[in-house]
Design a protein around this ligand. Structure first.
Ligand SMILES: [Zn+2]
Length: 273
């Protein structure tokens, strides 16, 4: 009888120890899952197309050009090939494609052929008015970010008209014809002329068609800082009033291969191609 109860006690003790060991391993295992998740995600980002809620970050061992092109390949189905007109446009205006906020609509290619194609693309954008304006539309995420910057400090639009914001195909065309002509277009298409791209965008290629650009009258560092803090950057060399919504903070831009270049006191974030 005495022996029996001793055995019972020992059994209970063993069960207790077993439960403790089991609990210990359960806790360690579950905390392991938490700790390993980030590196698992990195593996997914580098190898498999992520879900839209997971931003694509290129392999940081790649050089700038490779990082940028990896991002473009992720974002556009048929990326422009080197030595083409499309590639020239990607070089000049392609920073936009690092945008990855789920609500942002990116164009499927760098040239919209005509008004109809432009309207089809713009019809899928979720747009909103910039606060305090009656005709300045932008994609909502970009407008919200600009409104936030303007809470910090006043930043006037360049002209105050809709042309500072989202443009139609015909407005883009009209601006092109005002500053340029068909002969220049041909030279740009042949890769013989690029300077004009910093003054006006060829028909169907303006970032303003995509609802992600603004022309502003920025005159001091505080305004620049407020814009940068909210994802807005100068990305077209020599086009000083032109600002682009990139949707990332400044520290993140090199992850996608973008390079900064200061020209006459203005810092641009440019594509590395
Ligand atoms: Zn502009």
């Amino acid at each position: 009888m005495k022996r029996h109860s001793k055995l019972k006690r020992r059994l209970r003790k063993l069960t207790f120890i077993a439960i403790i060991i089991f609990l210990f391993f359960t806790i360690v295992a579950s905390s392991d899952i938490n700790y390993y998740q980030p590196s698992q995600n990195t593996a997914i980002i580098n190898n498999i197309k992520p879900t839209p809620s997971t931003p694509f970050i290129p392999n940081q061992q790649l050089d700038n050009q490779q990082r940028f092109l990896a991002t473009i390949t992720h974002q556009i189905i048929n990326p422009p090939r080197p030595n083409t007109y499309e590639y020239t446009l990607l070089r000049a205006y392609g920073t936009v494609f690092i945008n990855q906020q789920p609500e942002i609509k990116l164009p499927p290619k760098v040239i919209l052929e005509n008004e109809q194609e432009t309207q089809e693309f713009q019809g899928n954008m979720r747009v909103t008015l910039v606060e305090g304006t009656s005709e300045c539309y932008l994609q909502k995420v970009a407008a919200d970010a600009f409104n936030k910057a303007r809470i910090i400090i006043n930043i006037p639009l360049k002209s105050g008209y809709s042309g500072d914001c989202t443009r139609s195909f015909n407005t883009n065309l009209r601006f092109w014809q005002k500053y340029s002509n068909n002969r220049t277009l041909e030279a740009v298409q042949q890769g013989k002329e690029t300077k004009i791209l910093g003054t006006v965008a060829p028909p169907g290629t303006s970032q303003h068609l995509w609802g992600l650009a603004l022309d502003l009258r920025v005159s001091n560092a505080a305004q620049r800082q407020a814009l940068n803090q909210n994802g807005w950057f100068q990305t077209v060399e020599n086009d000083i009033p032109h600002w682009t919504y990139l949707g990332w903070d400044e520290e993140s831009l090199p992850k996608f291969g973008l390079q900064n270049k200061t020209v006459r006191g203005v810092t641009y974030w440019l594509t590395p191609i």
